[in-house]
Design a binder for this molecule. Structure first.
Ligand code: HPA
Length: 271
């Protein structure tokens, strides 16, 4: 294991003592509300953590929060790192390596995305059942550290099927209409042109966004089961494409996050 990850983990362990998170959670743009549901025990600013990247994008406040949700010990990343901020893919995946050293057994991720499936509406929730990585790189490029996982990791089940099934049951019970689909990851930071949105759909995508895939690849390299949810904040379907700003994305995400929060909470309570 790298000396850096060792130092980061030691620093955090000294502050959190015997607290052992079971689930790691990464919250996306405008989706930080789950934090209100945490019985918080420790909160550490990214800027205080040795070797941790620091989040720069508006809408991401940059804290690692330790506590309980539905009585399960969790570590929550409030604010994540994006490739478009200038970090390389390994840096984007770095917190996931650290969370695994802290003890997580599963990873939950949320994000905001543009819907390219014509059945989608703004505010809808999509559970990821697969992804297509169109980011220009991969977090596993470079020397492989066998401590974490194999050189050529399997990706036949990027998102844990049993958790997806459970999430559908929960959503049904709560009366939420949710979708399941394929997330296409791009670098950003510009949103897509109409022709690009069309392309995402043609290649098999249902939603497109600028995150999640680096973290999920890093987690799957270590054999950690992943569950991810996307909130559709804008529509990339011919005839329905309008100008979109980061503020629109945050506003749409904030409105829909109640559903996402409820699903995460119930999943933690019941599995
Ligand atoms: N494209 C890429 N990323 C996004 C979008 C989008 O339309 N909406 C929110 N994140």
């Amino acid at each position: 294991m790298s000396e850096q990850i060792n130092q980061t983990t030691e620093y955090i362990n000294e502050l959190t003592g015997s607290f052992k998170p079971e689930c790691g959670i990464i919250l996306g743009t405008g989706l930080g509300g789950l934090v209100n549901e945490i019985d918080i025990r420790f909160s550490i600013s990214y800027s205080d953590i040795p070797h941790f990247p620091v989040s720069t994008v508006e809408g991401h406040s940059g804290k690692l929060i330790f506590g309980y949700i539905s009585e399960k010990p969790v570590v929550v990343m409030q604010g994540r790192f994006h490739y478009y901020e200038g970090y390389n893919m390994q840096q984007v995946g770095y917190p996931v390596r650290v969370m695994r050293e802290l003890g997580i057994k599963r990873l939950f991720v949320s994000n905001a995305s543009g819907g390219v499936n014509p059945e989608f509406e703004i505010g809808d929730v999509m559970i990821l059942n697969d992804h297509i990585n169109l980011l220009p790189s991969n977090p596993l490029i470079g020397a492989n550290d066998k401590y974490f996982g194999p050189r050529f990791p399997d990706m036949s089940e990027p998102y844990d099927r049993a958790t997806i099934k459970k999430a559908h049951e929960i959503a049904g019970r709560l009366g939420y209409k949710i979708h399941e689909g394929v997330y296409v990851s791009v670098s950003g930071p510009c949103f897509e042109t109409p022709a690009e949105y069309k392309y995402m759909r043609i290649i098999g995508g249902d939603a497109v966004g600028m995150s999640t895939v680096p973290e999920v690849i890093t987690a799957r390299h270590m054999g950690i089961p992943c569950f991810a949810v996307s909130v559709i904040t804008d529509i990339g379907v011919e005839g329905r494409i309008v100008e979109v700003t980061h503020e629109d994305v945050i506003e749409a995400a904030s409105k829909a996050e109640v559903k996402m929060t409820a699903i995460f909470k119930a999943l933690l309570a019941e599995s």
